[in-house]
Design a binder for this molecule. Structure first.
Ligand code: VGL
Ligand code: ZN
Length: 203
């Protein structure tokens, strides 16, 4: 069986200067590029929202960004407008060595539902197709890197183990948002679920 590197949402809007900037988001680019070079199969995800997406605070008059609302599929954090389809913010970081990627999986394109995970939308039921793609290609082992540790990376990793993939998150190649303790919460959830958490930072 084979292994793939899954690079989550390494896009301008999640890097410093972007609409939903993750602190140090751009720092991981050189390391991610090294990992891309050393891995046979590379998959990228791209957060890809239509304008007026339901996860944007601006779509809910009176609501603040980073607050939580109840959606038909459960609680949803509201975000600043970000990763609008075709915008500069939705582009991959210009330093990312993305050309080797064999698949780009876009998510969050349905107006009424957000999608953190690379595998399922936030209803935990609507698949993106990634699991079928990986299985058909005989890929059973995944390493996840990217942004943000406590949202799209963690949701993807939790779904990956649930789906039976051997799953490692390289924390030194991720950066988190950390909203109300979400980083500790999601690290614990991943550990408990059987995700291997590795940090190769030296010193
Ligand atoms: C993400 C919030 C909203 C992520 C995407 O990539 O972690 N976070 N959309
Ligand atoms: Zn998003």
């Amino acid at each position: 069986m084979a292994e793939a590197l899954v690079v989550i949402d390494l896009q301008n809007d999640f890097c410093p200067g972007g609409a939903l900037a993750v602190a140090g988001g751009d720092e991981i680019v050189p390391l991610v590029n090294d990992m891309i070079r050393r891995t046979d199969h590379v998959v990228l995800t791209q957060d890809w929202h239509p304008a007026g997406h339901s996860s944007f605070a601006s779509s809910h008059p009176g609501s603040q960004a980073y607050s939580t609302i109840e959606m038909p599929y459960g609680p949803q954090t509201l975000w600043p407008d970000h990763c609008i389809q075709g915008s500069l913010g939705s582009d991959f970081h210009s330093g990312l060595a993305w050309t080797k990627a064999e698949l780009v999986i876009r998510k969050g394109f349905r107006p009424a539902i957000d999608s953190y995970s690379a595998f399922f939308e936030n209803d935990h039921a609507t698949p993106t197709g990634l699991a079928g793609y990986l299985r058909e290609r005989g890929i059973d082992t995944l390493t996840l890197v990217g942004l943000a540790t406590d949202f799209c990376v963690a949701f993807s990793a939790l779904d990956a183990v649930k789906l039976g993939f051997r799953t490692t998150v390289r924390l030194d190649a991720c950066r988190g948002i950390d909203l109300n303790g979400s980083l500790e919460t999601m690290l614990a959830k991943m550990r408990d679920a059987g995700v291997t958490l590795e940090d190769h930072t030296s010193g």
